[in-house]
Write a new protein. Structure first.
Length: 292
């Protein structure tokens, strides 16, 4: 594993009084050299003005610690659903929110924003995919940034779209601005969707054949509380779920994923973040039963 570019981190918060500066400090406290954050609360559209968020201070701290801000990831709020063309009010709101979040992402100096493809809400997968592609075309024609959207692979619960590589490819293929689209692969989600993640070489080969590895912009590293194919999306701490540490460690250190940010979204334990311990395990290639 010599000469490996390992970018490993976690989701971090962003709250007052330090806001983005606090996000960077939190990531550094975990031993991370990448992280993911929301530019505001993920469950609503209220956003503080950018000039209140200590962005310059946070970026300066990243630079002082030799961290490449191109590897920092923004996650779009999860209330966005641009696959629901059946409700034009929700659809238009989703488009406006994506535009706003792309502009905010650019203001932080970040280059990638993760987006859940959304739910077709009973309209059917194909219609949901076409609705999302149309929405993204509208977004890219007016947002004025060069930020890429990484479509997240989903677990298949409810009426989600983007639950397999073919559906993600359909979204990309139906968008005019393909150069602005990539993928965020979530290990829990693809396992819950039915992929045999323990044979990750085969999964990567399939991904490359269908979508192309050049579009893989980010990997969410999560264990799963459920067996393969459960379609439930319940994250578990690293090494305590059905995927297991060995498989996830192989993914984190996979040579074809060198340089791609890996981000943990595992649950808190006793109201405390597990990320320092989990990042340490990956850096040391060794599982530790830290929850006992």
């Amino acid at each position: 594993m010599e000469n490996e570019e390992l970018y490993i981190g976690s989701h971090v918060g962003m709250s007052g009084p330090d806001f983005y500066l606090g996000s960077v400090k939190e990531a550094l406290s975990y031993g991370a050299n990448t992280f993911m954050f929301y530019t505001g609360a993920p469950q609503n559209s209220f956003r503080k003005p950018l000039n209140q968020l200590k962005i310059a201070e946070g970026r300066a701290l990243l630079k002082a610690n030799g961290i490449n801000e191109d590897k920092i990831i923004v996650h779009a709020p999860y209330l966005i659903n641009a696959a629901n063309y059946g409700n034009l009010e929700i659809y238009d709101l989703a488009i406006n929110l994506i535009v706003s979040e792309l502009r905010r992402t650019a203001a932080f100096g970040c280059k990638v924003m993760v987006l859940h493809p959304g739910s077709h809400v009973g309209l059917g997968n194909k219609n949901g995919i076409l609705a999302l592609a149309k929405a993204l075309d509208t977004v890219f024609e007016c947002d004025g940034t060069n930020v890429k959207i990484a479509l997240e692979t989903m677990s298949g619960k409810g009426n989600e779209i983007g639950i397999n590589f073919e559906e993600v490819k359909m979204i990309i293929d139906n968008c005019k601005h393909k150069d602005r689209l990539g993928v965020c692969m979530d290990t829990c989600h693809i396992s819950d969707a039915g992929y045999d993640i323990k044979d990750f070489d085969h999964v990567l080969k399939e991904f490359d054949q269908i979508i192309g590895l050049d579009r893989l912009l980010c990997v969410h590293i999560n264990d799963s509380k459920n067996e393969r194919g459960a379609h439930k999306d319940r994250h578990e701490n690293i090494g305590y779920g059905f995927i297991g540490f060995d498989t996830l460690n192989k993914i984190v250190h996979h040579p074809l994923l060198n340089g791609i940010p890996k981000v943990l979204e595992t649950p808190y334990v006793n109201e405390k973040p597990p990320y320092k311990q989990e990042i340490s395990m990956f850096r040391n290639n060794k599982f530790e039963d830290w929850r006992k």
